[in-house]
Design a protein around this ligand. Structure first.
Ligand SMILES: [Zn+2]
Length: 419
């Protein structure tokens, strides 16, 4: 099959159409002043209908599964799955998620306009619950498509006390039929997601597009340091057991450990700290604080956590503080498939861009999809690396080139990656 002709004007037009669609979708919100679109809400319904309409216009056969994911198919299985999510965080930007839905719709549309069938079966998936903004869930709708939905999530409650199961019912879905949302692994040839980078790596490098090598694994610790509260004026410095001074030293330790392992894209953050009693004239007696550590390598993440904990205990002991820590969250690294990466890099080169390799520090639906098929992600440069914020921005020019790369990827895709 001859590749679709894509002139620079065609590519620019794809970017402008993406921008217009993203603007239209961003107008569908629970609140007039900011973008809030939570899973299975009335505005979620309106957005799902708009996405379904776009899919139909592009020539896809549309259906909605029992989790409220909007699906559009063309051709026969095994399918190349292309998708992202359309739920949002509170006060969201318009690109995080929807770009990965609009892009494959426009790619399929380009084939339809040229009166061609894409050379492989395609299943465009608009996922519903990625952000976990309504229920304290994680990637539950992509888990459903991968046949991994955890039924315990049905009891999770939103802030109004409505359970996941009740919300599904009110949306017209049958929680007893969630398993029907799953695509059999034999019908899933691969999963490709386009997403804004949500970090500054591409912008700093001056490149519009990146190939994701892995979605970083994470370990989160909840730590407590226990010292002794005392009078800020009367206890001499050498007789203190200051829990906050200890926590400060351990926070700097987190930075030091991340720097030592930096070749594995390690990042470490102490993001929350509660100081007790928390008064200007009292030596802090107890500090509860967290560590979030991520890396593209499980092996180095585990070694880093071990080293961090050993040295944190040494700091606590030297300062005569009690140290306790619990692992509150742990998720393994999801590597992107080598051949998918290579083919995506080729597709990016074919449209004149330079594919930069990078790790995703944020979690994505691909984590779940990797249970049934090889995955890869295409990252698009975003301004200032800003996301989860109304200031989020990707340029129409970059989005146009990214969609053109999607078209080239589809043109050369073969469902032969699992062998
Ligand atoms: Zn996202």
């Amino acid at each position: 099959m001859k590749p679709l002709a894509l002139s620079p004007e065609d590519i620019a037009a794809l970017g402008r159409r993406a921008e217009a669609m993203l603007e239209e979708l961003a107008a569908i919100s629970a609140e007039p002043e900011r973008l809030v679109r939570l899973y299975l809400t009335p505005e979620y319904r309106r957005a799902a209908d708009l996405i379904a309409q776009w899919m139909q216009e592009a020539g896809l056969d549309v259906f909605e599964d029992e989790l409220g994911n909007v699906r559009g198919r063309i051709g026969k299985p095994p399918y190349l799955l292309l998708g992202s999510h359309f739920d949002t965080v509170l006060d969201a930007g318009r690109y995080d998620g929807p770009l990965g839905i609009v892009a494959p719709i426009l790619a399929v549309d380009a084939f339809s306009r040229a009166k061609q069938e894409p050379p492989c079966g395609i299943d465009v998936v608009a996922f519903g619950d990625e952000e976990g903004s309504r229920f304290p869930s994680t990637l539950s709708t992509s888990a459903g498509v991968a046949g991994k939905f955890d039924a315990k999530q049905l009891d999770l409650k939103d802030k109004d006390g409505i359970t996941y199961a009740e919300a599904l019912k009110a949306y017209g879905k049958d929680a007893g039929k969630i398993s029907s949302a799953a695509i059999p692994a034999s019908e899933a040839a691969g999963y490709l997601e386009m997403h804004i980078e949500q970090g500054p790596v591409l912008e700093t490098a001056g490149e519009p597009l990146g190939v994701v090598t892995a979605i970083a694994g994470q370990t989160r610790l909840q730590m407590t340091l226990t010292g002794e509260a005392g009078h800020a004026g009367t206890v001499p410095m050498n007789l203190r057991k200051d829990a906050l001074a200890g926590a400060a030293e351990i926070t700097l330790l987190a930075e030091k450990v991340a720097a030592e392992f930096k070749k594995n894209s390690m990042v470490a953050t102490v993001g929350r700290m509660e100081v007790s009693p928390g008064a200007i004239n009292i030596i802090p007696g107890v500090v509860r604080f967290t560590l979030d550590l991520r890396s593209a390598s499980d092996e180095s993440r585990n070694r880093a956590i071990e080293q961090f904990e050993r040295q944190a205990k040494e700091i606590a002991a030297r300062r005569h503080l009690g140290y306790a820590a619990d692992v509150i969250h742990r998720i393994a690294t999801t590597p992107c498939h080598e051949k998918m990466q290579a083919r995506l890099a080729e597709a990016i080169k074919a449209v004149g861009a330079n594919p930069l390799k990078l790790t995703s520090g944020a979690g994505h639906d691909g984590i779940m999809m990797s249970a049934i098929c090889p995955i890869v992600m295409l990252f698009v440069r975003c301004r200032g690396g800003v996301s989860h914020n109304p200031a989020e921005y990707a340029s129409p020019a970059d989005m146009g080139v990214a969609i053109a790369a999607f078209i080239r990827f589809i043109e050369q895709f073969k469902p032969d990656l699992k062998s």
